[in-house]
Design a protein around this ligand. Structure first.
Ligand code: GDG
Length: 472
């Protein structure tokens, strides 16, 4: 049994410089927490980009050594790689395509060439560390070609792939000039995981129609290999959120915030700046609430956190302007001297403050137009330790498949979102509790640790089947 190598575009760290020396902070994101149990074992390692452009070879060497101490290995990207592979093909071609924003897809040959080049760079970095019997777990859409590149070099390695964003219908995939190498790249893995059954079905249908490979119960037979494809809905670190909600630190922050805010009911929305998140649509539905139900004026506020992201890209800059304008319009129309309808923050908050927002808000408003899973809604539910609160959740988020006790809405249907707000604001305490208890049971049972275990257990089963198949 070899070691496990985790591969993702970004390493789970943030890199700064203090007095000219690299200074790392490990980021406690969901993936890092979940994979922590595997990552910390034996000689397992994590390979990825540290997230900055580092030109100086001496600095690179320092980073290399420092990361080595943390069982990580860096893949360094050049300015060109960052622009063409990361911002280009990953974020301007695959991201919009996979989220059904076909009008935003960039069809640039140089982006594609950079994507191939950087996937090869990752492959080389892995080959320096990998032994033939290692398990390599590749994550997400920036590295779709990597499983095949690795398979060509390490035919017997155990290779898994998990896609964190949606996998769209064949009708979208067929639009991409590079559809074939993309699907072939993914099929280098033994196990391919998605968040939902629909993503999985879309992938199998594309593989069938574009590569001509059929499947039986999620097993694709490709030349001399079996590939298993399935849905593994990702969970959160439930205990971290539920415990934090009741911690002294969080309670103190809640207390402080409440004093500043007053007694109005609070809606909460937290997203990275992205057109897939449906932020303008959400604001319009909120605006309509005051038009249809003026009695909510001065009684309800929206806390809206938008985490800065990709703001070098034109569509994101335009989206930011649209959000700024809408918030300005709503606030200027309804604000009074002691009440503001939208508390809008274009920045990230420390975990304790995020936790306080989850704890103190009455309604979680999570209405993406498209989302692979969406962890914010699960974190909101886990933080409701007093079992009071209502989740309004988009049908287009992967999480909606599990959280059927949320008020589910089509985020494009403004009237329905406004009605959902009205319903949530009037829901009895008893109903809030019934719905939350049911959702909490689900999220607690399928937490991030369970997700990793189920995925890794399946990988073993697939590998055994593979051996059986090849020995026939
Ligand atoms: C992908 C897929 C899929 C947000 N604001 C702050 C903050 N956050 C944290 C949240 C949450 C995370 O960021 C966002 O999680 P999402 O699931 O919404 O989205 P991504 O991780 O960007 O993206 C997505 C996910 O992968 C997992 O597979 O669900 O569909 O797009 O954990 O809490 N954290 C802090 N301050 C903030 O202001 N500290």
């Amino acid at each position: 049994m070899g070691k496990t190598i985790i591969v993702s575009n970004r390493l789970p760290i943030s890199l700064d410089y203090k007095d000219g020396k690299p200074d790392f902070k490990t980021s406690a994101g969901g993936l890092a927490t979940g994979l922590g149990s595997i990552f910390e074992e034996a000689d397992n390692i994590w390979i990825g980009w540290p997230g900055n452009y580092v030109e100086d070879p001496e600095q690179r060497a320092e980073i290399f050594l420092e990361l080595h101490e943390h069982k990580m290995a860096p893949v360094f990207l050049t300015q060109e790689d960052i622009e063409e592979f990361y911002e280009g093909f990953s974020n301007e071609t695959l991201w919009p395509a996979f989220h059904y924003f076909t009008q935003y897809i960039a069809y640039e040959r140089r982006f594609w060439e950079a994507y191939v080049r950087v996937n090869e760079k990752f492959c080389e970095a892995i080959l320096k560390k990998a032994d033939p019997d290692d398990t390599i777990w590749v994550h997400d859409y920036q590295l779709l070609l990597l499983p095949k590149m690795l398979r060509d070099k390490l035919p017997n390695a155990t290779i898994a792939f998990f896609q964190h964003i949606p996998f769209p219908s064949y009708e979208i995939i067929r639009m991409l000039p590079w559809r074939r190498p993309i699907l072939e790249g993914m099929c280098g893995a033994d196990l391919i995981g998605f968040h939902t059954y629909d993503d999985m079905r879309h992938f199998l249908s594309s593989v069938g129609r574009i590569l001509g490979l059929s499947n039986e119960s999620g097993y694709i037979q490709a030349e001399n290999r079996l590939i298993n494809v399935d849905a593994f809905p990702m969970g959160i670190d439930y205990t971290k959120y539920s415990e934090s909600a009741d911690s002294e630190t969080t309670m103190a922050v809640v207390e402080k915030f409440k004093k500043q805010l007053g007694s109005q009911k609070l809606l909460l929305s937290i997203d990275r700046l992205d057109y897939s998140k449906g932020i303008p649509q959400r604001l319009k539905a909120f605006d309509q609430l005051f038009k249809l139900y003026p009695e909510y004026k001065e009684k309800v506020s929206l806390i809206m956190v938008v985490v800065p992201s990709r703001d070098t890209v034109k569509e994101y800059r335009e989206l930011k302007e649209e959000i700024d304008t809408l918030v300005g319009r709503i606030n200027s129309a309804y604000s009074t001297l002691n009440w503001v309808p939208v508390h809008y923050f274009y920045r990230a908050f420390p975990f304790e403050e995020l936790s306080a927002f989850y704890k103190m808000s009455n309604i979680g408003l999570v209405t993406p137009l498209r989302d692979g899973m969406n962890l914010v809604c699960k974190e909101f539910v886990a933080s409701k330790t007093d079992q009071q609160g209502v989740l309004i959740l988009s049908e287009m988020a992967g999480a909606s498949k599990e959280l059927q006790d949320a008020i589910l809405v089509n985020p494009n249907n403004m009237d329905k979102v406004t009605e959902a707000l009205h319903m949530a604001l009037n829901m009895s305490e008893e109903e809030q509790k019934t719905r939350l208890v049911s959702m909490q049971e689900t999220i607690k049972r399928y937490d991030i640790h369970k997700w990793v275990k189920v995925f890794m257990d399946r990988l073993k089963v697939v590998k055994d089947k593979q051996e059986e198949f090849q020995s026939k």
